[in-house]
Design a protein around this ligand. Structure first.
Ligand code: SF4
Length: 352
């Protein structure tokens, strides 16, 4: 590990000033990702600014009936918060699915959003990786892509964003509050992360020195919602695919659907085409076949954009084509669950 200077920030403006003055500096939140990268040589800052003691640890009701979540609120506290559990169950479930209890205790809200891809090549400094070292190449092209993107990838990078929480926040139309050298601004979570293009080293639209100070949730919609994650191990693992969804049904007709996917793109993937396909659809519990077809049509509308990576049969480079069918089945199953919950068969994960 390369030696670095460690400074504890006293207030947010001081933290931003410190980063802005040092191009090789990094913020330290819970450390659950950065410390690994320091050990692996993936991150080599000369200055680390500890922001965990900043006064950003509160969860508060906002004036519009939404929720303001401080950047340093631990993932465990947010998942267990009674208002989050009652009004935003999708978020609570995503946080619980995201990591073990020990990691949830340490990881922060902002750190969760800013964690970096778990692409194995990114974390192995002996292999080419455009995200870690721009211009060096992408080892996943022609390599192991089981955990890689089926939406929005480029020739430069096929990586996916690893956060579960970010997927729920994207579906909830959450906003991040950012403090930069020029002051405060707000960015919708759906616009925070980037597709890789030819600059995969840039995970987000944030500039060096920008500090996320809070996440704001709109007032709860009252729609049934849930989060479902499919992974290789039942214990903690990153998503092969995940679905955050809410279904607002009025008089048997879908008024609004909100859907985001995880594990399939360089950013939480908001499934606007699936949402549009569901809007206005009549869900008749006495006609389950028509309902099932509507859910399949919605999934297929979104999946028409998928560009999975094929693999050679029997080879370790199996590709990720399986994710298309897996995501289709997962979305349809989630929509079925939400629809059933709305018609009375409510489950733990879909309460309002
Ligand atoms: Fe690096 Fe992205 Fe290629 Fe992984 S997929 S090796 S992160 S450039």
């Amino acid at each position: 590990m390369r030696p670095f200077e460690l400074v504890t920030a006293e207030d947010p403006n001081q933290a931003v000033a410190l980063l802005s003055e040092h191009p090789d500096a990094s913020y330290l939140g819970g450390g659950t990702n950065l410390v690994d990268h320091l050990r692996l040589g993936v991150a080599t800052p000369t200055l680390v600014v500890d922001v965990r003691r900043l006064p950003l640890g509160e969860v508060e009701r906002s004036e519009d009936g939404g929720l303001r979540i401080g950047a340093t609120v631990p993932n465990a506290d947010l998942a267990a918060h009674p208002v989050v559990r009652r009004d935003y169950p999708m978020l609570s479930r995503a946080l619980l699915a995201g990591a073990s209890g020990q990691i949830r205790n340490a990881a922060t809200t902002a750190g969760n959003l800013l964690q970096r891809t778990r692409c194995a090549y990114f974390q192995d400094v002996t292999t080419p990786c455009n995200k870690r070292e721009p211009g060096s190449g992408c080892s996943a092209v022609g390599g192991y892509t089981r955990y890689h993107a089926i939406f929005g990838a480029s020739e430069s990078c096929l990586a996916v964003h690893p956060s579960d929480m970010a997927v729920a926040l994207a579906a909830l139309d959450a906003t991040v509050v950012v403090l930069g050298p020029a002051g405060e601004r707000r960015i919708p979570v759906v616009d925070l992360h980037r597709l890789p293009g030819d600059e995969p080293d840039r995970d987000t639209v944030l500039a060096h020195g920008d500090l996320i100070t809070a996440v704001e949730l709109p007032a709860p919609s009252g729609a049934k919602s849930t989060y479902r994650k499919v992974r290789d191990r039942a214990s903690f693992a990153f998503a092969l695919v995940s679905v955050a969804a809410s279904l607002d049904v009025e008089g048997g007709t879908v008024r609004e659907a909100r859907i985001a996917f995880g594990g399939v793109a360089h950013k939480p993937w908001r499934a606007h085409l699936a949402e549009d396909a569901l809007a206005g659809v009549a869900l008749d519990p006495d006609d389950p076949e028509a309902q099932e077809q509507a859910f399949l049509d919605a999934a297929d509308a979104e999946l028409a954009q998928a560009s999975p990576v094929g693999g050679a049969a029997g080879d370790f480079t199996e590709g990720n084509e399986f994710k298309v069918g897996l995501l289709r089945n997962t979305l349809v199953s989630v929509l079925r669950e939400l629809s059933a919950a709305d018609s009375g068969a409510e489950s733990e994960g879909t309460r309002r």
